[in-house]
Design a protein around this ligand. Structure first.
Ligand SMILES: CC(C)(COP(=O)(O)OP(=O)(O)OC[C@H]1O[C@@H](n2cnc3c(N)ncnc32)[C@H](O)[C@@H]1OP(=O)(O)O)[C@@H](O)C(=O)NCCC(=O)NCCS
Length: 195
């Protein structure tokens, strides 16, 4: 993705998984916690802000953190139902049976030590009743693409976007149906929770 002033363009693959009962595992990892308040994040090196928590957590979202003692090493977030992805300006329109999986991150110094795996096990355990999962992945992110393929997600759509200010021109190509369309998004026109 390239950013100049308030212009952005890039690509995302929309991955989908129908049902995740087989990923639910035995339970929540002991090192993972569901976080509800900003105060409970000590030595926050993950870059989570009070503003992002207030904006996102009040709107049907969950924040999962993996800890070493009281130090958070990695995070992932989930959101039930529709939302507007502010970066590319893409609305995701789903019912509350669908969970959007986002902001997946392990601190560089903690990578390769199963932080993502612990978070993922807890995430799918928490959402074991959900009927559908979606995630947007940059096509260049081979580590994440390998992981998400292993979990059983399939590539459903390819988005190519150009965003100027709050307006986006989005080219959407369906992988399965070989269909494509352009749509213009004038900001958060569906008035969705913003992510
Ligand atoms: C992708 C990311 C979350 C993985 O986190 P992590 O805590 O290091 O992952 P884990 O230690 O749990 O390892 C999970 C798997 O990824 C693999 N992996 C981790 N780092 C890797 C690397 N640098 N190269 C190749 N594979 C790697 C592990 O080998 C493991 O694979 P396995 O399933 O074959 O055992 C982390 O690299 C990251 O934060 N990247 C930047 C942000 C990002 O890309 N987020 C995803 C946006 S959609």
């Amino acid at each position: 993705m390239v950013n100049r002033v308030n212009m952005a363009f890039g690509k995302y693959i929309l991955y989908e998984l129908n049902g995740a009962a087989k990923l639910a595992g035995d339970g929540f990892d002991p090192n993972v916690k569901l976080i509800k308040t900003f105060d409970s994040i000590k030595g926050n090196k993950l870059g989570i802000t009070q503003e992002s928590m207030d904006r996102v957590l009040s709107k049907n979202s969950d924040l999962f953190l993996c800890f070493d003692g009281d130090m958070p090493l990695g995070m992932m977030w989930g959101h039930r139902g529709s939302c507007y992805i502010r970066g590319p300006g893409i609305p995701l329109l789903y019912d509350e049976g669908t969970v959007y999986w986002f902001w997946i991150f392990t601190l560089p110094e903690a990578r390769g030590k199963n932080v993502f795996k612990r978070l993922t096990n807890s995430f799918f355990h928490h959402y074991k009743g959900a009927k559908n999962f979606v995630a947007l992945v940059d096509p260049r992110n081979t580590i994440m693409r390998n992981q998400i393929n292993k979990l059983g997600f399939i590539e459903n759509k390819l988005y190519t976007y150009a965003k100027l200010g709050t307006n986006s021109l989005v080219f959407e190509k369906s992988v399965m149906a070989q269909q494509s369309s352009f749509h213009f998004e004038s900001g958060n026109r569906h008035h969705l929770p913003v992510i």
